[in-house]
Design a protein around this ligand. Structure first.
Ligand code: SAM
Length: 346
C-alpha cells in the first residue's frame, strides 16, 4: 500500500527558513507518530495511562504533509518517535513516503527512536527506505530489571531486534536512561557490550515530565556522578563528534567506542537547540520542558494549501523559548510539565 499524498501547495516564493528569537536555526524535527507504546517504562508513563482519542490523531497522510512542510521550511533531520513509532499501523508507508525527501536531497537524515521490540519485523524495510541510523532505548542487560523498568517488555525480543537492525546494516545507537538504584551498577557493562558490537552508547538524565507512579528524586541520577564513576574505569577522551542532537561525546580509549551524555539537568545545552517537536495530534512544542505549544492541525485541515500552516509554524517559532530549567531535588519533585514523554516524543 502506498500513501496517498496530499498535494503540497504550489506556494512560490520559497518560505523563509525557521530562525527563532535567539538566532537559532530550526533544522531538526521530532515527530511523535503515536502516543501508544507496547512498554510502560516507569520513568516515562504511569502504569494506567489514558491515551489520546483516535479521532484526534493525524492520519499518516497528514503527518506526511506536516513533515514535508517543515522540510520546505528548512528542516534537514527528521526523527520519528512516540510512544513507540513502530506500533503505529501503516508506519512503513509513512517512512517510505518520507524517504522521497532523502532522494531529492531536501533531507539529510530520516531516523527513528524505538524500543526495538518491532525491529525483527521492520529493520529490513527501514534500511530499504534509506534509514541509515536508528536509536534503540535499552536501560539494562538484566532480563528481570528490564521487565521491572519497562513493566511489559521482554529483553530478548529487544536484543533480537537490535541484531536484526545490525544485520541489515543499520547503525544502532543505544540510549540508556540513568536510573538511581536500578542500572547505576551497569554502565561499565553497557559500555563494553555496546562498543563490543560497534554501537555508540548515550546515557540520559531522567527528566521530570508527567506524573509517574513514584517520586522523581528516587529515579534521578546526575550524569556528572556517572561520568566520574566511569572515568575511574575508563579513559574518556573529549571529542568533537556531533549528530545534530543534544549529546556530548567522549571516546572511550579502552573500547575505541563513543559514549554520549545527555544532561538536561546538570548541564543543559539549550543555547544550541536546533529542534522542535510535533505530536501525533499536530501540536507543536517549541521546547521539551515548557508548556507553550501551537496547534498545527487546524491550519493543516483548514486548507489544502500550505500558507496557513507555514504562517502557524512561523508564528510558533517566533515564540520558541530560550530553554528549559528542569530541577529535581527535595523541593522540586513535581513534573516540570504535565505531559508525559510519550506524548511529546523522546
Ligand atoms: N518508544 C521509543 C523508545 O523507547 O525509544 C520512543 C519513545 S521514548 C519516549 C524515547 C526516549 O525517551 C527513550 O529513550 C526513553 O528512555 C526516553 N524517556 C522517556 N521518558 C523519559 C524521561 N522522563 N526522562 C528522560 N528520558 C525519558
Amino acid at each position: 500500500m502506498t500513501l496517498h499524498r496530499m498535494p503540497l501547495a504550489e506556494s512560490p516564493p520559497a518560505p523563509a527558513p525557521l530562525i527563532d528569537p535567539f538566532a537559532r536555526a530550526i533544522t531538526y524535527l521530532r515527530v511523535s507518530v503515536t502516543d501508544r507504546c507496547d512498554f510502560r517504562c516507569v520513568y516515562c508513563m504511569a502504569e494506567d495511562m489514558t491515551f489520546l482519542p483516535k479521532a484526534d490523531i493525524l492520519s499518516l497522510e497528514e503527518l506526511d504533509r506536516l513533515c514535508s512542510a517543515f522540510i520546505v521550511k528548512g528542516v534537514r533531520k527528521l526523527r520519528l518517535t512516540g510512544g513507540e513509532p513502530l506500533v503505529r499501523r501503516g508506519i512503513m508507508n509513512l517512512v517510505s513516503s518520507l524517504s522521497r525527501h532523502l532522494e531529492s536531497g531536501a533531507l539529510d537524515e530520516l531516523t527513528l527512536t524505538t524500543n526495538g521490540s518491532q525491529l525483527p519485523k521492520y529493520a529490513r524495510d527501514l534500511a530499504a527506505a534509506g534509514v541509515k541510523r536508528i536509536n534503540v532505548s535499552l536501560d539494562t542487560l538484566d532480563p528481570d530489571k528490564f521487565r521491572a523498568i519497562t513493566r511489559w517488555g521482554d529483553l530478548h525480543k529487544v536484543l533480537d531486534g537490535i541484531e536484526a537492525a545490525r544485520a541489515t546494516g543499520l547503525a544502532v545507537k543505544i540510549n540508556a536512561v540513568a536510573l538511581r538504584g536500578t542500572n547505576e551498577d551497569e554502565f561499565a557493562q553497557l559500555v563494553r557490550w555496546a562498543h563490543g558490537l560497534g554501537m555508540d552508547l548515550t546515557l540520559i538524565e531522567v527528566m521530570p515530565l508527567g506524573d509517574v507512579d513514584g517520586g522523581r528524586l528516587d529515579q534521578y541520577l546526575p550524569l556528572s556522578a556517572v561520568r566520574a564513576q566511569l572515568a575511574r574505569e575508563f579513559t574518556l577522551d573529549e571529542i568533537d563528534y556531533r549528530t545534530g542532537g543534544p549529546a556530548r561525546y567522549v571516546r572511550v580509549k579502552e573500547t575505541g567506542g563513543r559514549l554520549g551524555f545527555i544532561t538536561p539537568l546538570t548541564h543543559n545545552f539549550c543555547e544550541s537547540c536546533n529542534r522542535v517537536r510535533v505530536t501525533c495530534t499536530g501540536t507543536l512544542f517549541m521546547c521539551l520542558g515548557q508548556d507553550d505549544a501551537a496547534d498545527l492541525r487546524a491550519p493543516l485541515r483548514a486548507s489544502e494549501r500550505n500558507d496557513r500552516l507555514f504562517a502557524a509554524i512561523d508564528e510558533a517559532i517566533s515564540r520558541k523559548p530560550k530553554g528549559h530549567d528542569f530541577i529535581i531535588d527535595r523541593r522540586h519533585q513535581h513534573p516540570a510539565v504535565a505531559r508525559h514523554m510519550n506524548v511529546t516524543g523522546g
